[in-house]
Design a protein around this ligand. Structure first.
Ligand SMILES: *Cc1c(COP(=O)(O)O)cnc(C)c1O
Length: 401
């Protein structure tokens, strides 16, 4: 079956919620992906910030293979060693008190929202609690996560969503203050907004929201699904601010491609839910937690966050250089290996040209931003190669105009 037929059959088969690029990937190695013709693509998207260790890491792959042979699933009615060990390691890395493993990021958000509701309910048994979320945020596609996602385009066709959500402006503390009342139980935000265009929280904003939460006994929920797991140079982005959340979510790079996420809580928030309040059939099964445990071990052993900080600094310099020389680029934003280049025009043509002609995988974040979320194991020469291909793609698109 030719590549073309696979694409056509895919088009006939999948529910049409995606516009896919016409490429069929077959295997990967390190920071490279290969299509069915053996053509190599440099990957700066990492399966949307998932493949932190890149493709085919021998230690990670072996851990998953070994667990596959032993035991894949048992349900959460029993204990398994990989789940306990991955959980302990996640608590140690985050300083949180409790963890709940989920199958995805959006489910981690659902759990975090339920903690907020439960926490407030425990105080007054009322049903009118409010949560403050941010404009231009992204927290997932399930109805709860969508309700706190500040994107009209995503929300509009699916209303009514869950009630009691109010939207503030990211990095504008006054706009958050203005929404707080005695019914507000939580503030949820990404530490670095990803999908919305790569906007890091400012130090003053994060500190200010933390203070506000303390003053009003509201929970601070930080969504670290995209920006966490070493990407900013810290294990979790909030660790770079010295501001602790009450509840945090992780997923994407946690399983290096295995479907595993988690919500974590500390202090009073870690006590809010009780047995029977939440559950999942697959969540944190031995297979995915063996993978997460291997990821956490490798992160520590090879200091992956430290490497991300170093290479991230280099990537930032190179992107700043491009921003200066290219009149199509408005600005660069980001921290470590989560970077964005905002263009003065839609980036769709550049991303497509890069992929199909330059064999460079890039993804966008909104219409005008190219997002750089490569595997965390990239080296300087990968950045140099990416820049070369990106420049060529920009030049080709400019020429075509
Ligand atoms: C990807 C993402 C989610 C949703 O995760 P899924 O695994 O796709 O459900 C939530 N929040 C942020 C910040 C994300 O980047």
């Amino acid at each position: 079956m030719s590549e073309r037929t696979v694409i056509e059959r895919g088009e006939e088969t999948f529910y049409k919620t995606y516009n896919r690029f016409p490429v069929v990937f077959d295997h990967g190695k390190g920071v490279w992906l290969y299509d069915e013709n053996g053509e190599a693509y440099l990957d700066f998207g990492a399966g949307i910030a998932v493949m932190g260790l890149g493709y085919g890491d021998p230690e990670f792959t072996q851990a998953v293979k070994d667990q596959t042979d032993k035991l894949i699933h048992i349900s959460n009615l029993f204990y398994s060693r990989p789940a306990v060990e991955a959980g302990e390691k996640l608590l140690a890395a985050s300083g949180m008190d409790r963890v709940f493993f989920t199958n995805s990021g959006t489910e981690a958000i659902e759990g975090a929202l339920k903690i907020a509701r439960r926490y407030a309910y425990n105080k007054d048994q009322s049903h009118d609690h409010e949560i403050i979320a941010m404009h231009q945020s992204f927290h997932g596609r399930s109805m709860g996560a969508l309700s706190v996602t500040g994107n009209d385009h995503y929300q509009e066709p699916f209303k009514p969503l869950i009630p009691g959500i109010r939207f503030a402006e990211f990095n504008n503390l006054d706009s958050v203050k203005a929404l707080v009342n005695d019914k507000t139980c939580a503030v949820i935000m990404e530490t670095v907004q990803g999908e919305g265009g790569i906007y890091p929280a400012s130090q003053e904003f994060l500190e200010g929201v933390r203070r506000l939460c303390d003053e009003h006994d509201m929970l601070l929920i930080l969504d670290e699904i995209q920006c966490g797991m070493g990407r900013t140079g810290h294990m979790f982005a909030w660790q770079g601010y010295g501001v602790e959340p009450d509840v945090m979510t992780t997923a994407k790079a946690l399983g290096n491609g295995l479907p595993v996420g988690a919500f974590l809580a500390r202090g009073k928030a870690a006590q809010a839910m009780v047995p029977g309040d939440h559950g999942t059939t697959y969540g944190g099964n031995p297979l995915v937690t063996a993978g997460a445990k291997a990821v956490l071990d490798i992160f520590k052993k090879r200091d992956i966050p430290g490497h991300a900080a170093k290479i991230g600094g280099y990537l930032k310099e190179q992107l700043d250089g491009l921003a200066e020389e290219c009149d199509l680029v408005k600005e660069r934003r980001g921290v470590g290996l989560i970077q964005g280049l905002e263009f003065i025009c839609p980036v769709g043509p550049i991303v497509t040209e890069a992929l199909l002609k330059q064999k460079l995988v890039l993804i966008s974040a909104g219409s005008n931003v190219i997002r750089f979320v490569p595997p965390l194991i990239i080296e300087k020469e990968d950045v140099d190669e990416m820049m070369k291909r990106l420049r060529a793609a920009i030049a080709a698109v400019k020429k075509a105009d």
